[in-house]
Each structure stands twice: as structure tokens, then as C-alpha cells.
Design a protein around this ligand. Structure first.
Ligand SMILES: NC(=O)C1=CN([C@@H]2O[C@H](COP(=O)(O)OP(=O)(O)OC[C@H]3O[C@@H](n4cnc5c(N)ncnc54)[C@H](O)[C@@H]3O)[C@@H](O)[C@H]2O)[C@@H](O)CC1
Ligand SMILES: Nc1ncnc2c1ncn2[C@@H]1O[C@H](COP(=O)(O)OP(=O)(O)O)[C@@H](O)[C@H]1O
Ligand SMILES: [K+]
Length: 512
């Protein structure tokens, strides 16, 4: 699903109004009716106090329509107009009048007003600001937002949490609604998925308001949300008359004394994701344990006992995954640099492989094009330098990936894969995966997919999705705390099956 900027959403609104020859208030009616249906199907008339806080723009207009519908269906409502400006939108005013015709008179809140009582049992509808927010809310509006946040009531935000701009970080972090649930119109917003701004959104859901599908299809987006519909077409089925040679020979290079487990996890994941053959290249100390732990994996060793000091692979691998557990010893760094000069096939580079590159940036030009680099935030910072916000980080990451013609996988709660100026935002995974070795598993999975012929960017997007799905299946039996990296590997097979589960059993993967 595409992720649009605020400007693109306004354009989509306009093109819908033009194409369908409707008036803007009809689109507002349509949007807010969907909000009403969502609430009504859950509350089914339950008498709970619903307090609606509406701004004076179109987000507030949505709130006005919603208030009218709730009132018409007998709900107990209290409506406030947060009167932060005299530039009221046309459709807001129209729907304010319609509400008054229904004999509902909102209270107007301004700078001098007392803050209304909100009980923890109330439902708050947050329709103060939408995607039109273009500066920090005034202090008194900020205080109201803080008051709502402090109420412990369930807060349902219309389109976006009020105070959260969609294309940048908030001006004032305190002046943003902490949403229990966001009903967002038509397309998801990038801020829902970034570490600094995603914290304002507990859960979200898309409300389809029928914006012009042709416009959406033909408009290029800088970011795309990756769910099952996006990854399914990437899947490469196994062929009846295939053999292990069809699915590539992966080589995983890494490990040092005390860190052989990283290679064990990566090779095992590589096999489990479907690589035809897997060879590990490790220092001598890793030989016995690897051969015992993963008998399917072939093992080559270097000449040293505890670390890698030269890398010789006596055949042409389909793909190389390098860096897990490899360490930063001087001889290892030289071996890594020399190997980069020799290798032609795209690689997956992780962990200390990335740290070696950060410390020796001249080596970056030897990284084969279309290689996949998989940094966690700290490793990314070492590679691209400091950033001032998540938006700045993404710009820098895009420039870095384009400069070296690589795929950059920025790992996190919503891992973002960057390639050719576009970002692909993952939707699977959970905090149970914040555990030692889960990144090693991802390295093996992406390498194993590349070995099978997935183009690098698809291997990264598909691998990240499948890795997160394996984690989601893992927690359903193990819980968050007990999930280990090896549990991810155990669940790779089920994750593949889950991809093809019938839609009627489907669950929405739209929670944080
Ligand atoms: N355009 C359409 O046809 C549709 C728009 N919809 C709603 O419209 C919203 C966008 O509406 P608007 O563009 O009117 O914008 P908002 O309702 O988000 O904001 C209202 C106006 O307040 C002003 N403003 C921005 N920041 C401010 C601040 N800090 N303090 C004081 N004033 C500030 C701006 O001029 C802005 O246009 C969407 O989020 C969505 O809820 C929906 O009704 C769906 C259809
Ligand atoms: N809170 C989280 N939600 C979803 N996925 C997570 C979360 N925390 C970590 N992960 C995933 O787990 C992996 C951790 O990788 P990494 O930090 O390299 O771990 P390690 O170095 O221990 O292998 C990444 O793929 C990341 O996206
Ligand atoms: K809002």
C-alpha cells in the first residue's frame, strides 16, 4: 500500500471530487459515515459518554458529521469546538450548521475556557487537527491535548493524532495526542511507523473513503507499506524438476572465538528459507560445533584457531553473507577488505561486517552493486553519521544507498528497506524479536532468498516480512520474553504457510 505525503493526499481528494463530480462536503460525509459505522458496529448503542473535540478545519468537519450521526442514533455525546483560529473551513461551517439543526449546540473552547472534565470511562474523539497541521499548536491547545492525554480515556483519533504532522517531527512533543486508535483515511501515514513519531499511535486502521484509485495507482510514492498483498507476488515457487543446484549455494562467512553461534543461526536460517546448499566459512574453533549443530551445512575453516585472517572460497558462491560474529581484529579487517576486492556476486553484509565498513569507508566502493546491508540503528549511525530526526535519517540513508548502489535494510520495530530512493516499510514483527541473534537469522534468510534467485531488493523486502512473520508466529506459542532467535528459525516454515492462508481466516496485520 502506498504511503502518500500530505500534499499527495490533498491531490487525491481533489482528483476524486473532480472525477466523481461531487462536492467536497459529500466526500466529508462519506468519510465521517465510515467513522460512524466503525464506532456503531462496536458499541451497538451502548450508553457511554462520547466527548468529541473538533477543530475548525476539515478534520473538525469530520468530527461534526460524526457527532450528528452519533446523535441521530441515540448516543450520548458532548461536542466541543476547539476554536484555535477564525479561518474556519467551509465544510466545517456547513456541518456545524447541520449539527445545530439537530439541536446539538457545541461548547466553544478558547484560550480562556476551563478544561472540560473527562472521565477514564469516556470515549474521546480527537478531531482537532488532521493533515493540515502546519505549525505547533498554541499553548492553550497544547494544554488541552495534554489534558486529554492525562484523562486515561480511550482516544479515537480521526485521520491522525492531533498535533502530529505527517511529513516531519512535531514542533512540540508534548502537544501531540496519544491515540488509543487512529482511523486514518484511505492510506497510511509514514509517521505511524517511525520510532520517534510512531509512539503516538497505539493501533491504527485504514478507512476506505473511495479516493480516486486511478490517481493513487499512477502517483509515485516515496514509501510503501509492505503487507501480505505486496510480498505474495514476489514469492518464487519451487519447481517440480528442480534440484538443490537450482536453489543456489550460499556462503556465510563469520564467527570468532565465542561468537560461532551467530554463524550457526545464520546458516540454519539460510537453509530453512530454502537455499539449495549452504557453506559456512569460520575460524577453526567453530568447526566441531557447527558440524554438530547444523549437519546440513558444509564447513570451511581458515588457518587460525580463533579468528578469520584470510578468506578463500574454492568455488563461486551464488551469494555471500558476511559479518556475523566476525569481530574487528586487524587481520580480520584486512581479510575482509581483500575479499571484497575479489568477490563479484551481491553480498549480504551485517554486524561487524558493517562496522568494518564504517571504520574503513574506502572499502565501500568495493562492495558489489546490489548488495544488501542490514544495519540496526547504531550500525546505521556509524555508516551514515548522525541525524537530526527520523526524516533526516531516511534522507541520509537514501543518499547512501544510491551512492553505493546497494539495498539498505534499516532494522527496527518497522524495518525499512531502502533502494533507489524508495523506502519499503515492514508490518510484521514484534518486541519479542528484540533478542540476541535475531539479526543473524535475518542475514541468513536474505542470503538464502538471494541464492534462490530473488533479486536483492525483493530478497530484502520478502526476507524482512517473513522474518517478522516467523516472530509473530513464535510469540503466539512462546510469548514475547521467551522468544529466541532459534525460535524464529523453527517458524520459517509456518511463516511460508501463513502467506498462503485463506483470506477468511486472515487477521489484519495493522497493529504496532
Ligand atoms: N479534503 C477532503 O475532501 C477531505 C478531508 N478530510 C479531512 O480533512 C483533514 C484536513 O483538513 P484541513 O486541510 O482543513 O486541515 P486541518 O483540519 O488538519 O487543520 C485546519 C487548519 O488549521 C490551520 N492550522 C494548521 N496548524 C495550525 C496550528 N498549529 N494552529 C492553528 N491553526 C493551524 C491550517 O490552516 C489548517 O488548514 C484531513 O485530515 C481529514 O480529516 C476528510 O473529510 C476527507 C475528505
Ligand atoms: N521491537 C521490535 N519489533 C519488531 N522487530 C524487532 C523489534 N526489535 C528488534 N526487532 C527485529 O529483530 C532484529 C534484531 O536485529 P539485530 O539488532 O541485528 O540483533 P542481533 O545483533 O542480536 O542479531 C531485526 O530484524 C529487528 O527488525
Ligand atoms: K485528529
Amino acid at each position: 500500500m502506498k504511503i502518500f505525503t500530505a500534499h499527495q493526499i490533498y491531490e487525491a481528494d481533489k482528483s476524486t471530487i473532480k472525477k466523481e463530480q461531487i462536492k467536497s462536503d459529500e466526500l466529508m460525509e462519506r468519510a465521517a459515515t465510515q467513522l460512524f459505522e466503525w464506532i456503531h458496529s462496536r458499541l451497538r448503542g451502548t450508553q457511554v459518554n462520547i466527548q468529541l473535540f473538533c477543530g475548525i478545519g476539515n478534520n473538525g468537519g469530520d468530527g461534526m458529521v460524526l457527532a450528528r450521526k452519533l446523535q441521530e442514533h441515540g448516543y450520548s455525546i458532548k461536542v466541543y469546538v476547539v476554536n484555535y483560529s477564525d479561518k474556519r473551513s467551509k465544510d466545517f461551517l456547513l456541518n456545524l450548521e447541520r449539527l445545530k439543526e439537530n439541536k446539538v449546540w457545541p461548547d466553544f473552547i478558547n484560550k480562556e475556557s476551563d478544561l472540560p472534565q473527562i472521565s477514564p470511562n469516556d470515549i474521546v474523539v480527537d478531531a482537532i487537527f488532521g493533515i493540515g497541521l502546519n505549525r505547533a499548536p498554541d499553548a492553550w491547545v497544547g494544554n488541552l491535548i495534554q489534558h486529554i492525554n492525562g484523562s486515561r480515556a480511550f482516544v479515537l483519533s480521526v485521520d491522525v493524532p492531533s498535533g502530529l504532522p505527517v511529513d516531519r517531527n512535531p514542533w512540540n512533543k508534548e502537544y501531540v495526542i496519544q491515540s488509543s486508535y487512529v482511523l486514518s483515511f484511505q492510506l497510511p501515514k509514514l509517521v505511524f511507523f517511525l520510532p520517534e513519531t510512531g509512539v503516538y499511535v497505539n493501533q491504527w486502521e485504514i478507512v476506505d473513503i473511495g479516493l480516486n484509485p486511478d490517481f493513487i495507482a499512477k502517483t509515485d510514492a516515496d514509501f510503501e507499506l509492505i503487507g501480505r498483498p505486496e510480498v505474495l507476488p514476489m514469492y518464487r515457487p519451487r519447481l517440480k524438476f528442480s534440484h538443490k543446484g537450482t536453489y543456489g549455494h550460499s556462503v556465510i562467512i563469520g564467527g570468532s572465538y565465542g561468537k560461532i553461534g551467530a554463524v550457526q543461526l545464520a546458516t540454519n536460517a539460510c537453509l530453512s528459507v530454502g537455499s539449495g546448499l549452504v557453506t559456512a566459512f569460520v575460524p577453526k574453533c567453530g568447526y566441531d560445533s557447527l558440524q554438530t549443530a547444523v549437519p546440513e551445512v558444509m564447513v570451511l575453516t581458515g588457518s587460525r584457531e580463533k579468528g578469520i585472517s584470510e578468506i578463500e572460497i574454492p568455488f563461486e558462491p551464488t551469494v555471500v553473507g558476511i559479518g556475523v560474529g566476525i569481530g574487528l581484529d586487524g587481520d580480520t579487517v584486512s581479510a575482509f577488505g581483500n575479499f571484497l576486492k575479489k568477490v563479484n556476486s551481491p553480498m549480504v553484509i551485517d554486524a561487524d561486517g558493517l562496522n568494518i565498513l564504517s571504520q574503513n569507508p574506502e572499502m565501500l566502493t568495493d562492495v558489489p552493486g546490489l548488495s544488501v546491508l542490514t544495519p540496526h540503528p547504531k550500525e546505521l549511525q556509524r555508516l551514515i553519521g548522525n541525524w537530526t530526526s527520523d526524516f533526516d535519517k531516511l534522507e541520509k540513508a537514501k543518499a547512501f544507498a544510491s551512492k553505493y548502489n546497494i539495498v539498505l535494510v534499516i532494522k527496527g520495530a518497522h524495518t525499512i528497506t531502502i533502494y533507489k530512493g524508495k523506502g519499503y516499510v515492514n508490518t510484521t514483527g514484534n518486541p519479542g524479536m528484540a533478542t540476541a541473534g535475531s539479526g543473524d537469522v535475518l542475514t541468513g534468510m536474505i542470503a538464502g532468498l538471494m541464492a534462490q534467485g530473488y533479486p536483492s531488493v525483493e530478497a530484502a523486502i520478502f526476507g524482512v516480512y517473513l522474518h517478522g512473520l516467523a516472530g509473530d508466529l513464535g510469540v503466539s506459542s512462546k510469548g514475547y520474553e521467551a522468544l529466541k532467535a532459534s525460535s524464529l528459525i523453527e517458524n520459517i516454515g509456518s511463516a511460508y504457510s501463513e502467506l498462503f492462508r485463506q483470506p477468511e481466516m486472515e487477521q489484519k496485520d495493522n497493529t504496532q
